[in-house]
Write a protein of this length. Sequence first.
Length: 261
Amino acid sequence: MQTPDTISQNNMPYKELEKLGINRELADALPKDFKNRLLAGEITPVMQARIPTGDGRVMLIPVKLQLAKDEFNNLQLVTYPVRREVSQTTLNQLGLTNEQERLNKGEIFSRKMAMQDGTVKDVLIQMDPETKSVLIRKSEDILMKERLTEVSKIKDISLGTEQMERAALGKPVELTVGDQKVSVGVDLKEPQGFKVVKGDFNEWKRQQEMRYDVAHPEFVGIVQTDRNRWEYQKIVDKQSTERAIKLDPSEKRSESNGLKL
């Protein structure tokens, strides 16, 4: 999947949000920062979806959302339900059975993967620590080597073979711009698939490790509290193992280990 460059308010996925228990009125009343992130193609903070069970009850499930384009350039709403643990079936399929600890630390992995059209593509893999979803993007959609080449031409920076190889594998690359260090690396949680940090490798690592704790120290998400009202509350806490779901491995998954609506 590719994240869209820009999406207008007219592209709000009302029909898909309705399946999550969010009608048009409630969707329009979502907090501005949440809607901005959704329409920018970013993965949103956790929110509480209300899924009908078919027997008259409603199941509250914490999820993240993202608008992304499929291989036919159509917009789709992808949901990342909060899981108890990363799917072992997914790890086996990706050849990462023994790499769960490194995934938990935010490390990026490069693998070859068969696409729906039968072609085999180089992909980059990262795990979202909140939802335990495995994020997957085709390397050609991120174009890290090309972006670094453009930067080197503009800034007159000399990039070595080792740096270009690191970039292709999703590893951060440290550059010297004037008298400053800048690190550029893959981060699949970003819409463009990469992130620029002012600082050296140590700063890159520090920011990646602290990102989860700083951005969501208490697993805050948005909850519908009454008609047409959303509030930020703790929706995944010490009882998260009861609220999170464990998907059956046979359930249909998107390339990014999320569920398409």
